[in-house]
Design a protein around this ligand. Structure first.
Ligand code: KG4
Ligand code: ZN
Length: 342
């Protein structure tokens, strides 16, 4: 089955073509209009998606060396995300599939991230305990089989990616903050300052990042600017360690308590070098298998959406024409294939 995937949930416009779950092409355009604002501006994101969606799909088809008539089914993110941004991709795919009389399926963006990790690691066995870390999500998810998700822990306030982005903003660094902090932290001492690690009790699989952000703000306000600038790498390394180490601790605890020999890592923050290295070390030490996405599948892309969609499509699940965008869609609640035909 040849599947066209489209992803427009936030600030990446992406299209990909997959053949039986294997990538033929994957094109991503990251919108840089938001940099000046220090965060994604929803209205600008929608407008950029409108401008880019048709050229991106054309490029993906060209790179796959296929005509649009070769596409047999489509997959598109319908939530969670920015409503205006989601609607651009969803309506494009509705038009494309209606015009060609082929099926399409709405995919949960987070489910896409999970299948992005499977794209890089096709050899694994269920169950898998996933650590999902992105700009909007921080969750521990138990997957007993394909397309089955049980959320066993999650953040009670901010996502870890948000802690990276807001932390970078407070330090006067650019957006998105995760890659900048990661880069500066490489030359810093993670033990320079002890930022708080929240909800550390072993029987609690939830996370909290609002206290970490507040403690960085307090630290910045208490110290002169020159001191902050002179010790920027050490501050970034210490902040990153506080953000990341608790993720590793809890993922390992969850895998142990659910008797799960395989851990999966997914989402934009999966690109973080400390998280990748430490999790690899720990899993190697305790004999767990670690499924880690290649860097190109960490941040938002349509290949992961097409891969997840393929899992639904090959078992005959597809969406009706009245499927709507669902900005706060939760993992495990994908019922896009149950939308009622009108
Ligand atoms: O998955 P993603 O592209 O979008 C969402 O679904 O949210 O994740 C974006 C997030 C941003 O918060 C960004 O700062 C973070 O991933 N990120 C990183 C790194 N690269 C991206 N965080 C830490 N270290 C990185 N190297
Ligand atoms: Zn994402």
């Amino acid at each position: 089955m040849i599947v066209l995937g489209v992803e427009t949930s936030c600030d990446e416009t992406s299209a990909a073509v997959l053949h039986d779950g294997q990538i033929l092409s994957s094109i991503i355009s990251s919108q840089d209009v938001h940099e000046a604002f220090g965060g994604v501006v929803p209205e600008l994101a929608s407008r950029e998606h409108v401008r880019l969606i048709v050229p991106m799909v054309r490029q993906a088809l060209q790179k796959a060396e296929l005509e649009s008539s070769a596409i047999e089914a489509c997959a598109v993110t319908y939530g969670p995300g920015l409503v205006g941004a989601l609607l651009v991709g969803l309506n494009f795919i509705k038009g494309f599939s209606a015009g060609r009389n082929i099926p399409y399926i709405g995919v949960n963006h987070i489910e896409g991230h999970i299948y992005g990790t499977f794209l890089s690691n096709p050899d694994f066995a269920f169950p898998v305990l996933f650590l999902i870390v992105s700009g909007g999500h921080t969750q521990l998810v138990l997957m007993p089989s394909h397309l089955q998700y049980e959320i066993v822990g999650e953040t009670i306030d901010d996502a870890v990616g948000e802690a990276f982005d807001k932390g970078a903003k407070m330090l006067g660094l650019g957006y998105p903050g995760g890659p900048v902090i990661d880069r500066l932290a490489a030359d810093g001492n993670p033990e320079f300052f002890e930022f708080p690690r929240a909800l550390r009790r072993h029987d609690n699989l939830n996370f909290s990042y609002s206290g970490l952000k507040t403690s960085l703000l307090t630290f910045i306000n208490k110290n002169p600017q020159t001191f902050i600038q002179e010790n920027l790498s050490d501050i970034c390394a210490s902040y990153q360690a506080a953000a990341v180490d608790i993720l590793i601790e809890k993922a390992l605890t969850a895998a142990r308590s659910f008797g799960c020999p395989t851990i999966g890592l997914a989402g934009g923050v999966a690109a973080n070098s400390r998280l990748r290295a430490k999790l690899q070390q720990k899993c190697a030490a305790n004999g767990s298998q670690l499924l880690i996405p290649e860097l190109k599948y960490c941040t938002d892309n349509a290949a992961m959406i097409a891969r997840a969609g393929y899992e639904y499509l090959k078992s005959g699940h597809f969406s009706a024409g009245n499927l709507n965008a669902w900005p706060a869609l939760r993992l495990g609640l994908n019922r896009s294939f149950e939308s009622i035909p009108v």
